[in-house]
Design a protein around this ligand. Structure first.
Ligand code: ADP
Ligand code: MG
Ligand code: MG
Length: 915
């Protein structure tokens, strides 16, 4: 059959006018419905209106393209024909859902209306054909509610206000002395329809339209409008989704999970989204519809028997009670369960990725309503990628591309110390792993306010909804009283890599009193709470944490990454402990060891201050003599940890005044200790004052003015190497001069260091192996890289300073206006977080080219903050750097990003060849 309209795509009843790869046009949800229909899976027929119509709608003041109305009418007729039911027919009405769906999934952000087509007249027809008045009125009251909430916008903006319709339902249940929605009978539901409509009339002056076509167009308009509702806008901002993509609208014939006990609705994953373990995993509710499972109105049941037993054990429910009240799909819908397993396997094979599916069972028959690649925790992402590669579902390169590099950091963060004593308050669902501790807050705004004040929070809610996202974003962990493993809180927390305990029914939350009570205990706002997202434990107070261990899947995954990547990965580490952690995480050396931190320890800073206060070279040398042995010990520790691997040590970099006390009281104390007057000290401090310390007396300029400082540091480094050598430990120090911008500067300092080394070698009778190189962090150094490269053995891009100087933008002051630049789209990202490929990257390209031309063996790396940012790591790969250096916890991130860069490069080459 020919297409009805260029912007309308029909699916089901044996056709599929769209495909999975048309998500830009059909939205993710729509595109996959088409794909499922083309796989001949049981999908209720329907049609999708393209995202182009949404764009048109917004650029034409809420109008639709030509002939769309006609196209929609014809498409509805096509559904009618397929199902033998007519839209608006009083005897046997066709009902539809009107569903939103953007290019990328934005869970719960936009709206959907179900059971559309019900009116006072058609509801009677539905009653008759279903022989189930309760079902008919349940569907009608749901429709009135959704129409009121979504189309007439009665859904409360403020999360603490309850949905007015839900309040009426609560009141009805109380009147009738029942606790569950399913216990309301047809008469109650009929009353509710009247009450809902009275409420709608009172609040809006309008009624639920009694013309199904009017309902349909109002709902289509409302879905398009929902693209720009506040929560969708916030979500897009957080997730960097362009505002002009728009949503598609899918109009689909209804199937009913609320027709009775042989009906149900549920969600299922092909693998466990928290752990990645293979096997169907999910929840369902008998005699329910749509979002009932995730809304947490009744306790959802597990799909597989195994998961059901585990769930019961965790909730201390006996096997007998579980079987009687919470029978699994495997038990109560055995045939459907088997079919679902087949469909799930088919979809996973087809999409070659873990699927997250929505399904409904109508009178024992399975219908698929949605499938998408499932959101998963980092742990699950890694395990599923490795296992899917083992299953030959995907190749190793694809497995590596499946995991977001930044996600890996989650796997390295501390977990609760299993041996610590803890006061268990309650137990909920282990919805998203990790440990989180902070002060109790009860709203998203409060979470934001308290974290702005520099404190940590745990966000406690009865349940969360999209309005809470900004609070979830800043919280250490999220705790909800209601909702299952697929509730909003659980899904969003997993996506954010944030710890979450959901559906903790043992707790009672009182927003107005600001309390959280559980098992006879009452905790107040501001008190500390710890969550364990891996076990679902809610614990009073603060629990100590331990370092995580790398799982076998994680190790295997990273070994695949190492086999792919060309870029080396090193760590920025200043202490033996950091060095050890870095090595465990796979660092191939240290790219930046800062020495100034070594001066800040209590017993050292005095020696340092003595050095600064020295009035002549001799005094300075005396003070430095105290520092050398301390630094030597530090270097021994680090070089020992990194035996056999290179360690780049940067000589003193910050301006000296940073080491002097600022407070008057401290000045007096120090003066007394040093035997000088406070006036003298203040005078010295003031003499060191600089208008622009960033461009002042720092870096190699210190070495030029006070040669003794760098010489002393070099001595400490080389002596450490000699000492280790005697022990048989291979130390490979690389001495790095900061802030070099001129060849002579480097030559002068390097020759002084070589002098120290010669002296040491002759007195020890050994030959020392070390190299001298420079940080490349001023633009002049990039331009003069042929000159500097001719005398240096290595370059390391200090991209923090290089970015500041390239942009002429102080990082510490940029906070005030960078937001404006991002907001107005002038900068696409913060250049201090992500390396600028054009400007800063352009200078780097020049430096690399000129440096290597002058010195073929020049080793080149990066040690700025950017070394741990995946996009920047990829840029470093493309620039041909030898290594990237980043903080220890970022090492796996960098290893994966480097592998992905290599894979992307290979794929681009292959695509180019194919042209
Ligand atoms: P969301 O993006 O919020 O999940 P959906 O469009 O998927 O919104 O719909 C909300 C709920 O309604 C889902 O549980 C979905 O399975 C259900 N639903 C949508 N369309 C139909 C339909 N035609 N028949 C039965 N249930 C439906
Ligand atoms: Mg939803
Ligand atoms: Mg959905």
């Amino acid at each position: 059959m020919a297409r009805i309209h260029p912007e309308i795509f029909f699916f089901g009843a044996g056709v599929a006018e769209g495909r999975a790869d048309m998500r830009e046009l059909l939205g993710g949800k729509g595109a996959n419905l088409h794909e499922m229909a083309s796989l001949k899976l049981p999908v209720p027929p329907g049609f999708t209106i393209s995202t182009r119509v949404c764009t048109y709608f917004y650029t034409h003041g809420g109008k639709y393209p030509a002939r769309l109305k006609e196209g929609v009418a014809k498409s509805v007729a096509r559904i009618e024909k397929a199902l033998g039911r007519r839209f608006g027919d009083a005897a046997n009405p066709l009902l539809v859902s009107v569903r939103s769906g953007a290019r990328v999934s934005m869970p719960g952000m936009m709206d959907t209306v179900l059971n559309l087509g019900l009116t006072d007249e058609t509801v009677k027809g539905l009653e008759a054909v279903s022989s189930n008045p309760r079902f008919a009125w349940d569907s009608y009251r749901r429709f009135c509610q959704m129409y009121g909430d979504v189309v007439l916008k009665l859904k409360p903006e403020n999360k603490n206000d309850r949905d007015p319709f839900e309040e009426l339902i609560e009141r009805k249940k109380a009147q009738r002395g029942v606790t569950q929605d399913v216990d309301l009978n047809a008469g109650d539901l009929k009353d509710l329809v009247d009450e809902f409509r009275a409420l709608i009339r009172a609040r809006t002056g309008r009624d639920v339209p009694q013309d199904p076509r009017e309902q349909l167009w109002a709902a289509i308009g409302a879905v398009f409008e929902s693209w720009n509702n506040d929560r969708a806008v916030v979500y897009r901002k957080i997730n960097n989704i362009p505002g002009d993509w728009g949503t598609a609208v899918t109009v689909q014939s209804m199937v009913f999970g609320n027709l009775g006990p042989d009906c149900a609705t549920g969600v299922a994953f092909t693998r466990n989204p928290a752990t990645g373990e293979k096997g169907i995993y999910g929840e369902f509710l008998p005699n329910a519809q749509g979002e009932d499972v995730v809304a947490g109105i009744r306790t959802p049941r597990q799909i597989s028997l195994a998961a059901g037993r585990e769930w019961a054990a965790r909730n201390e429910i006996s096997e007998a009670e579980r079987h009687a009240r919470y029978a699994t799909l495997e038990e109560s819908f055995a045939a459907v369960y088997r079919e679902l397993l087949k469909v799930a396997a088919r979809l996973e094979r087809h999409f070659r990725d873990m699927q997250d599916m929505e399904f409904t069972i109508e009178r024992g028959q399975l219908f698929m309503l949605q499938t998408r690649n499932g959101k998963r925790t980092a742990e699950a992402a890694v395990r599923a990628a490795v296992e899917m590669a083992h299953e030959k579902l995907i190749d190793r390169a694809t497995a590596l591309m499946r995991v977001e590099p930044v996600q890996l950091e989650q796997l390295l963060h501390p977990r609760l110390d299993p041996n610590a004593s803890k006061h268990l308050l309650a137990r909920g669902l282990p919805a998203s792993p990790g440990a989180g501790a902070g002060e109790i807050v009860f709203s998203a705004d409060e979470a934001v306010a308290v974290t702005k004040a520099g404190r940590k929070v745990v966000l406690v809610r009865v349940e969360t909804s999209p309005e809470d996202i900004h609070g979830m974003q800043v919280a250490e962990g999220i705790l909800t009283a209601r909702g299952g493993m697929t509730s909003h809180a659980a899904v969003v927390a997993r996506g954010m890599g944030k710890c979450c305990v959901a559906g903790c029914s043992e707790i009672a939350v009182d927003y107005s009193a600001g309390t959280l009570s559980a098992n006879g205990k009452v905790l107040h706002r501001g008190e500390y709470l710890t969550l364990d997202g891996a076990t679902g434990e809610v614990i009073e107070g603060r629990v100590p944490t331990v370092e995580p261990a790398m799982s076998p899947y994680f190790k295997k995954f990273l070994s695949w990454a190492d086999a792919e990547r060309r870029l080396g990965v090193r760590a920025n580490a200043d202490t033996p402990h950091d060095a050890r952690v870095a090595r465990e995480f796979g660092a191939e050396g240290i790219g930046l060891c800062r020495t100034e931190h070594m001066f800040f320890a209590a017993e050292r800073i005095d020696a340092m201050r003595e050095m600064i206060l020295a009035e002549n070279t001799e005094q300075r040398a005396r003070a430095l003599a105290k520092i050398v042995p301390m630094q030597r010990a530090d270097f021994i520790g680090i070089l020992r940890e990194m035996a056999g691997l290179p360690v780049t040590i940067r000589l003193l970099d910050p301006p000296l005044h940073e080491f002097l006390p600022k407070e008057e009281a401290d000045v007096r104390d120090l003066a007394a200790k040093m035997g000088v007057t406070p006036q003298h000290l203040t005078q010295v401090r003031d003499s060191l004052f600089e208008f622009n310390p960033m461009l002042g007396h720092r870096g190699s300029r210190l070495g030029i003015s006070y040669p003794e400082i760098y010489k002393a540091q070099a001595q400490a480094i080389l002596e450490a190497a000699v000492e280790l050598r005697a022990e048989g430990v291979r130390a490979m120090p690389e001495i790095m001069l900061p802030l070099i911008g001129e060849r002579r500067e480097f030559e002068v300092l390097a020759s002084e260091i070589r002098e120290v080394s010669r002296h040491l070698a002759s007195s020890n009778g050994t030959r020392l192996t070390f190299s001298i190189g420079t940080m490349i962090e001023v633009p002049r150094a990039c331009i003069e890289a042929d000159q500097i490269g001719a005398v240096a053995q290595f370059f390391s891009f200090g991209t923090n300073d290089l970015t500041q100087m390239t942009y002429g933008l102080s990082r510490d002051d940029s906070g005030r206006f960078l937001g404006d630049y991002l907001e107005r789209g002038i900068y696409k990202y913060d250049p201090f977080a992500q390396l600028d490929p054009e400007g800063v990257g352009g200078l780097m390209r020049i430096a690399i080219e000129r440096g290597r031309k002058a010195n073929r063996k020049l080793k080149i790396g990066i040690c700025g903050e950017h070394g741990g940012d995946p996009q920047s790591v990829k840029l470093c790969h493309r620039l041909g750097l030898d290594y990237a250096s980043c903080s220890p916890y970022r090492i796996p991130v960098a290893r994966l990003a480097a592998a992905q860069a290599a894979i992307e490069e290979r794929r681009a080459r292959r695509d180019f060849k194919d042209l």
